[in-house]
Design a protein around this ligand. Structure first.
Ligand code: PMP
Length: 291
């Protein structure tokens, strides 16, 4: 397993890779980031991830230092240097080094860091048995604050949420928005299934528009599965037949327990398992068109 880091186009070992303590990404979480993985060695949905990062950067008034072509080149060069079977790729663009106060006007040059390490996925048991979520007291940021739709390096909201969830013995936390509707888990989108209809919080609820969410919803619609994107009350979990989460690194992962109660019969649901199969096939089909 090899981890390599590309900092501003220089490929380094983890020991050599260093960022200044004056970088505003470190000081204030003033940065944007993306996580993607390779599938057969090829960065999956790279265009979508770069597009989302451009939007995130624009939203925080940060000019990305590379063109898409330069990102492609640097990512591929770093993947090659890592020489892993499959790679985990994290791209971080920070505001850069500046004075030690929050005003970013002293930060003249963003730092671009690409982390590559071996990607081996989550353990099979999590897909076989499903995971256990709890609704945490930490609410998702309101859109008018740090908009959850922007993928910034400021994840303290989610850090507090997962800490609370772990303390309560759960795999992860499920966050409500300020109005008390479901939003998402700390690094994944959330879904319920009831009477073979997929329900998921709409973007307006204050969530990250996950790349995997986009693929899964498209996949469901292509296969005649009805999808509702709307505001969902937490009590609807008790009435649901199935639940699952999605993210780039997890794909589709069943949720079988929520707040110490079984979801449905407490086993990964039939529609969830069907979607996992469809997603696997789609991944194989799409990868060739993704370069
Ligand atoms: N929500 C949050 C808060 C996340 O951090 C992530 C992971 N990036 C997701 C959802 C899932 O997004 P994606 O499918 O693009 O990985």
């Amino acid at each position: 397993m090899t981890t390599v880091i590309n900092i501003n186009r220089e490929i380094l070992s983890p020991e050599e890779a260093n960022i200044s303590v004056f970088d505003h990404g470190f000081l204030f979480g003033d940065s944007v980031y993306e996580v993607l993985i390779t599938c057969h060695g090829i960065p999956f949905k790279i265009k979508e991830h770069l597009q989302r990062m451009s939007v995130s950067a624009e939203e925080i008034g940060l000019k990305l230092p590379y063109t898409y072509e330069e990102f492609f080149r640097e990512i591929n060069r770093t993947i090659a240097a890592g020489n892993n079977r499959e790679s985990y790729i994290r791209i971080v663009v920070t505001r850069g080094v500046g004075e030690i106060n929050i005003d970013p006007s002293s930060c003249l040059k963003p730092n671009t860091i690409i982390y590559i390490s071996e990607f081996s996925g989550y353990s099979e048991g999590l897909y076989k048995d499903g995971i256990n979520l709890v609704i945490v007291s930490t609410r998702r940021n309101i859109k008018e604050s740090i908009n959850p739709g922007i993928k910034t390096g400021n994840y303290l909201n989610n850090v507090l949420a997962i800490m609370e969830a772990k303390k309560r013995g759960a795999t992860d936390g499920l966050m409500l928005n300020a109005e008390g509707y479901l939003t998402e888990s700390t690094t994944s989108n959330f879904y319920l299934v009831k009477d073979r209809v997929i329900m998921t919080p709409s973007l307006e609820c204050g969530i990250l528009g996950g790349i995997t969410r986009g693929i899964v919803l498209e996949l469901a619609r292509e296969n005649g599965i009805h999808v509702e994107e709307r505001m969902i009350r937490p009590e609807e979990i008790r009435e649901a037949d199935e639940a699952f989460i999605t993210s780039t690194t997890r794909g589709i992962m069943p949720v079988t327990i929520c707040d110490d109660s079984k979801v449905g019969d407490g086993r990964p649901g039939g529609l969830t398992k069907k979607l996992i199969g469809l997603y696997k096939n789609k991944l194989e089909d799409m990868i060739s068109g993704d370069l």
